[in-house]
Ligand binder design. Structure first.
Ligand code: ZN
Length: 181
């Protein structure tokens, strides 16, 4: 199967796996919007040259949010894609605060491919805080999220200056819109 076909298969599969899931923001966008945004960001950052990173971006929340087995991703898309997805998957058995602390602690030790997806994921999430914040999140909680995402990004500086720039712009926008509302 050629790369374009594998990428579109992953997009179609991701849409099916996440069909019942929505973003937490007030617009409640279908979850596939987030997956496509992250995939588009990493495609741009890698100039379209790294199809496995794009596929892993499309599937990056499948294990964590939909309980898809890593082995079924490995079977359909290969071990490299599965390894990247595993690297960006939190251990849901741990309490949330511990998972967040571990993200900061472990980010710098991850593969370049996983770091690219982390940067794109945090950019997408922080953009969402600015454009469609969860209605039940206080301003303080929004700002806390942006600060924590910034800590994760600070650990992986140098991975992709372009993506880091996208993140900074999103963080500035989110901080401005939180303090204005
Ligand atoms: Zn995500």
């Amino acid at each position: 199967m050629n790369d374009l076909t594998r990428i579109m298969q992953a997009a179609d599969t991701a849409a099916r796996w996440h069909v019942g899931q929505r973003r937490k923001g007030q617009a409640a966008e279908p979850y596939i919007n987030h997956l496509l945004e992250v995939a588009f960001l990493v495609t741009t950052a890698t100039e379209g040259r790294e199809p496995d990173v794009v596929i892993a971006a499309l599937l990056h929340d499948a294990v964590e949010d939909q309980g898809i087995a890593i082995d079924s991703i490995a079977g359909a898309y290969g071990r490299k894609v599965a390894d990247i997805v595993a690297e960006v998957t939190d251990d849901k058995a741990l309490p949330k605060a511990e998972r967040k602390r571990l993200q900061v602690e472990t980010a710098a030790h991850k593969s370049r491919e996983a770091r690219l997806i982390k940067l794109a994921d945090k950019t997408s999430n922080v953009r969402a805080i600015a454009n469609s914040p969860p209605p039940d999140w206080s301003i303080e909680r929004r700002l806390d999220y942006v600060r924590w995402a910034g800590e994760v990004v600070a650990q992986i500086r140098g991975t992709s200056p372009w993506l880091e720039q996208q993140f900074s712009e999103a963080a500035n926008h989110a901080e401005q819109s939180a303090t204005k509302s």
